[in-house]
Design a protein around this ligand. Structure first.
Ligand code: NOJ
Ligand code: CA
Length: 567
């Protein structure tokens, strides 16, 4: 495996800031120094829903700071916070009206600084969300841009004449259900928006836009941010000729004829811009995580850059779209593991139905949640968890249209219910509102919060939370789980995924039953260098090894087994 000498050992200022990390890593790895983000567990916090410190029903930065000990205990090394900047909240923060401060609803810059410094005391880094493609229509840049055709910021957005009276410049659609163009009667032109009309697309072909946006990252790097998660990177550029997208058969979930997003998505210019953004990040030893939706591993590979000069961690979001099938997952992981670049695995986020609900069969949901933890936290790569996954939070979808907060849920009801269900408050205890807030939470907590919560699960060694803590602990204490090569076993098994993680420090076996029926896979590890393999169990759920000789592993429905192999 490639070793990586990371730049922060060369940057004195940063080396001082993060000296404890440097020392620990130097000790653990002799002369090798791995990039910290390769071995980190990332945890996505949705600030509105994590912890409300002032009782207004909306989570805030001080709430997050108050939960850092919990995150430390869980084994989290870095938190990615979704946008907490000033915003009209049309898209709950993804419509930023000022990139350079904190929205009062979440706190102040001082609260932010305190969060970063308290996190640092616990060796936790803070990653911010950078909404690169668009601003809010209330951002000062857009207000000026809209004010007249000759305004200084006019060309910071994408303004065009219509094709004719009441006809937009072309057929592009907003992914959020409306046309892609909005007419401005004052200046008699249309502006382009891939998301809500309140989220006008920036014109990344204008160098002033790029400079201003790169300066935004510098501002936060100077405040101690360790990197960014980049929002919607594939929408950064549009075809300058504004060619119509080709039609596709069928209708989308908003009832519109489908089209291939050929001219407004994934343009090659995206990669050049990411390379330049990466150069700025490298000045600060920062990590860039990508919201990278890809149809296959080839597309994912492109985001690493030809020389590793784009994103260090493009998220494998394709993983979240796969059905719970041993065959499908095995093939996908094999391809991602073989691709260039370090894998970044994700099973959920604030836009995707929670895995507890998505994979759950109504009978074995807890076992499935544990099996998935044993899976993506033991693969070769960096995991990005989503808050609440570790306690088995379910999707709590709105029951009535009038309760929906996410505008796409209003527009697409009932087929598209929006994303409220996966954004409900973190469940801390069995008190009212799951201990999230003393006020009325902005989204309701489900009944299941009475038993699926941090407090109750902390006291139960068999809980999903206890299982997560143990898997994360194993990741940190078994070197093979960090650096070891990934070797799939029994590749024709239709129900069980099994693999070794093997390094010079040892070999770990992972066996996972992706089915609801009992499985008894057997193993022959002669080819892997074990003439008479024995196994010592490290962690298991619904699984046993009869005599410790590793002839077979008995797994009940969705059982998971992790053991250390020796001769
Ligand atoms: C992706 C974000 O994750 C999502 O929540 C948001 O609505 C869109 N990008 C637009 O910013
Ligand atoms: Ca764009």
């Amino acid at each position: 495996m490639k070793t990586h000498i990371h730049s922060w050992v060369l940057v004195p200022l940063l080396a001082v800031c993060w000296a404890p990390f440097a020392e620990a890593q130097m000790k653990a790895k002799d002369i090798r120094v791995e990039a910290w983000w390769k071995h980190a567990v990332f945890y996505e916090v949705y600030p509105r829903s994590f912890s409300d410190s002032n009782g207004d029903g909306i989570g805030d930065l001080n709430g997050i700071t108050s939960k850092l000990d919990y995150l430390k205990d869980l084994g989290v090394d870095a938190i990615w916070m979704t946008p907490c900047f000033p915003s009209p909240q049309v898209d709950f923060g993804y419509d930023v009206s000022d990139y350079l401060t904190i929205d009062p609803m979440y706190g102040t810059l001082e609260d932010f600084d305190r969060l970063v410094s308290e996190a640092r005391k616990r060796d936790i880094r803070v990653i911010l969300d950078f909404v690169v493609n668009h601003t809010s229509d209330q951002h000062a840049w857009f207000l000026d841009s809209k004010s007249s055709r000759s305004a200084a910021h006019r060309d910071w957005y994408i303004w065009r004449d219509g094709r004719g009276p009441d006809q937009p410049p072309n057929n592009w659609l907003s992914t959020f259900g409306s046309p892609g163009w909005k007419y401005d009667p004052a200046t008699k032109q249309y502006y382009y928006h891939y998301f809500y009309p309140e989220q006008p697309d920036l014109n990344w072909r204008n160098p002033d836009v790029e400079k201003a946006m790169f300066d935004v990252t510098r501002f936060w790097y100077h405040r101690g941010v360790a990197g960014f998660r980049l929002d919607a990177v594939d929408t950064l550029f549009e075809d300058p000729k504004l060619r119509d997208n080709p039609p596709l058969p069928g209708k989308d979930k908003f009832g519109r004829p489908k089209q291939e997003e050929k001219y407004n998505k994934k343009l090659p210019e995206v990669h050049q811009a990411l390379q330049r953004l990466r150069k700025v990040a490298d000045e600060y030893d920062a990590v860039l995580i990508g919201e990278t939706w890809t149809k296959d591993v080839k597309q994912l590979e492109e985001y690493y850059g030809n020389n590793g000069n784009e994103l260090q961690l493009p998220m494998d979001l394709r993983l979240t779209e796969l059905p719970l099938s041993a065959k499908v997952f095995r093939e996908h992981i094999k391809a991602v593991d073989a691709a260039r670049g370090w894998p970044t695995y994700v099973i959920s986020n604030h836009d995707i139905r929670r895995p507890y609900t998505r994979y759950g069969d109504g009978v074995h949901n807890d076992d499935i949640a544990k099996m998935m933890a044993a899976f993506y936290l033991t693969l070769r790569g960096t995991p990005v968890m989503y808050y609440g996954e570790e306690i088995g939070m379910e999707n709590n979808d709105p029951k009535r249209k009038e309760d929906v907060k996410d505008p796409i849920g209003v527009l697409g009801w009932p087929e598209e219910k929006g994303r409220d269900g996966e954004r409900t408050p973190m469940q801390w205890n069995s008190e009212p509102n799951a201990g999230f807030s003393t006020g009325k939470p902005w989204l309701p907590v489900p009944e299941s919060a009475k038993t699926y919560n941090v407090e109750a699960e902390s006291n139960d060694p068999r809980s999903i939370l206890s299982f997560y803590k143990q898997v994360i602990h194993l990741r940190k204490t078994e070197p093979a789980l960090l650096d070891g090569a990934y070797t799939p076993l029994n590749e024709s098994d239709a129900n069980v995924i099994a693999y070794l993680r093997k390094s010079k420090d040892g070999t770990i076996l992972v066996v996972l039953n992706f089915s609801a029926s009992q499985q008894n896979p057997s193993f022959d590890l002669i080819k892997q260098g074990f003439a008479s393999a024995k196994v010592k169990g490290l962690l298991r759920n619904a699984a046993t090894v009869p005599d410790g000789t590793l002839r077979s592993v008995k797994l009940d429905a969705y059982g998971a087994y992790i053991g250390r192999v020796s001769d």
